[in-house]
Design a protein. Structure first.
Length: 348
């Protein structure tokens, strides 16, 4: 059955160079698609009319880096630096997550995203404590009906007595996640069309803890099974051990637009140039990066290496993309101001 919705008299921030920002504007939606934008639009009598007076209507945010499973741990790491986060969130809480915890985190996190204006998210999902955990995380996104790319992460939480990890599986088949991505690709993402709500992506083993040949193998594998986004954590400011992994990727000719580098605060100039040249993305997470001592969010607008979005982990900062965007802009202005040479004589 067809359905028509019209939003009347809103301020439409179109983020379109031609349309611009339009006051007292209507938006006509038919069968889930925007059909017209403009003042005084006509509509059928059966349409649902929403009063947009004093409201802003804009495209949804795109969240390019979220560990959605962490939703129920929201703000628990408000005073963490990176090492606290790795110890507590990844190695203790993560390893303690049951299958149902993984489902709830992703289901509630996806609803939380929608509530904050995020209509598409990339879920960097390092909560595959078992194949059932991976399935539960996927079902959480499916049930919330959010548009997302589920990036199956290769990271293995440690197994310890009382954890939700299976010691035998981790020790006997440490590569089981790689084969499990192939399983979920068949089971959940067989069609993988551009208009599917949920698509399959891949999150690399932690790059600074992984041999380069293994990372290259993972990228080749992810591409071979049709993963749409391949992401990972890179170059965390003072935590960066100086492996220049992006440079090594460039030398091996594997950079491409499907690669999304999260953070990248201390990437070398040649790495940023390579990212821009090959159309890769950088996902900047300003508030997390400030808090955890990862240095400045990257402000390399001049080379076109524009962050594809700004987001953060769920555990230590609020779910507010507008705040994250403001943080990024303020930091960019700060970096530019620091580069300027101030003529003190003229100021006095
Ligand atoms: Zn992350």
């Amino acid at each position: 059955m067809s359905s028509t919705i019209i939003i009347k008299n809103a301020t439409v921030v179109s983020v379109d160079d031609v349309l611009g920002t339009i006051p007292n504007c209507d938006v006509l939606v038919e069968d889930g698609l925007i059909k017209a934008v403009g003042p005084g639009l006509g509509y059928p009598p059966a349409a649902t009319v929403l009063d947009g007076t004093n409201a802003i209507v804009s495209p949804g945010f795109i969240d390019t880096h979220r560990h959605t499973w962490q939703t129920q741990l929201k703000t628990i790491g408000a005073d963490y630096v990176l090492s606290d986060y790795i110890l507590n969130l990844r190695q203790i809480y993560g390893a303690s997550y049951s299958v149902h915890d993984a489902y709830l985190g992703n289901f509630c996190g996806a609803l939380d995203s929608i509530d904050n204006g995020i209509t598409y998210l990339i879920d960097h999902s390092h909560i595959a404590n078992s194949p059932d955990h991976a399935d539960a995380a996927i079902r959480g996104l499916q049930d919330a009906r959010i548009r997302a790319t589920f990036c199956y992460a290769m990271y293995a939480n440690p197994h310890w007595s009382g954890s939700c990890m299976e010691k035998e599986r981790e020790e006997a088949t440490p590569d089981w996640r790689l084969e499990d991505v192939r399983r979920v690709a068949t089971q959940f993402f067989a069609t993988s069309q551009p208009d599917d709500l949920l698509r399959l992506g891949f999150a690399l083993s932690e790059p600074d803890m992984t041999p380069i040949d293994r990372l290259v193998h993972e990228i080749d594998f992810a591409r071979s099974i049709g993963c749409k986004v391949i992401t990972g954590h890179f170059n965390f400011g003072k935590w960066d051990p100086g492996n220049f992994i992006v440079r090594q990727f460039a030398q091996r000719g594997i950079l491409g637009p499907d690669l999304l580098f999260s953070h990248g605060n201390t990437m070398a100039d040649d790495e940023l140039d390579a990212i821009a040249k090959h159309g890769c993305g950088i996902s900047s997470t300003p508030d997390t990066e400030f808090q955890m001592g990862m240095s400045h969010p990257h402000s390399r607008l001049e080379i076109g290496a524009v962050p594809k979005s700004q987001m953060k982990r769920a555990s230590n900062v609020p779910m507010d993309d507008v705040k994250a965007t403001r943080d990024y802009m303020v930091d960019t202005i700060n970096v530019i101001n620091q580069r300027r040479k101030v003529n003190r004589a003229k100021l006095s």
